[in-house]
Unconditional design. Structure first.
Length: 200
């Protein structure tokens, strides 16, 4: 087994740990994320997925930000709670992702040997937005991830990164579990707020 394959398997294990911990809203998900993305910086560069390299660097910064938000964010400094975005914010986010992906994809197509310039750009930029949503505990992040992860299955399989493609296929299952878990927590939070208002 090559050193790159061993590194990929380690990155996959850490990425699974991140998602399982994120579903449980366990702050240690961000430590697992940081270790995984540092490995993926090397892996994606080797695979000539240059937008992915930049994305992994962003993920490293977001791991630090996510830790801070989950630990001391929110209105009272007790960590952010699960919330939702209005449809207008989603419309703006999606339009921004598509527009930026077209620009980045065109640049990659003209200036690099990128394997999938437009698809790589779309998943990268979409992941940037969605990772921010996770750090802020926006419920709908799971819906975004489902679309992005489905595209990643194709990208990584096509580049011969089979363990990573399998990881993203597994992510599709975990994303559904994560959405249901966070939705349950969100509804419980809303019920507690309503009960407190009724008592007050």
């Amino acid at each position: 087994m090559t050193a790159m394959r061993v590194l990929e398997l380690a990155a996959v294990a850490l990425a699974i740990a991140y998602l399982v911990l994120a579903i449980r809203q366990n702050i240690w998900c961000w430590a697992a994320a940081l270790a995984s993305v540092l490995a993926y910086v090397v892996i994606t560069y080797h695979a000539r997925l240059y937008m992915e390299v930049g994305l992994q660097v962003f993920y490293a910064a977001m791991a630090v930000y996510g830790w801070q938000q989950w630990r001391r964010g929110g209105e009272r400094g007790e960590g952010v709670a699960v919330g939702v975005w209005p449809w207008q914010r989603h419309a703006l986010a999606i339009a921004g992702i598509v527009a930026a992906s077209l620009v980045a994809g065109r640049w990659l197509e003209a200036n690099t040997d990128a394997a999938f310039p437009y698809l790589d750009s779309f998943t990268t930029i979409g992941s940037i937005v969605t990772t921010y949503m996770v750090a802020r505990k926006v419920l709908e992040n799971w819906i975004y991830w489902f679309v992005i992860d489905a595209l990643y299955v194709y990208i990584y399989a096509a580049r011969g990164l089979v363990p990573t493609a399998v990881l993203f296929a597994f992510y599709l299952v975990l994303v559904v579990i994560g959405f249901r878990r966070w939705l349950r927590d969100f509804r419980a939070q809303e019920a507690r707020v309503e009960a407190a208002l009724a008592r007050g």
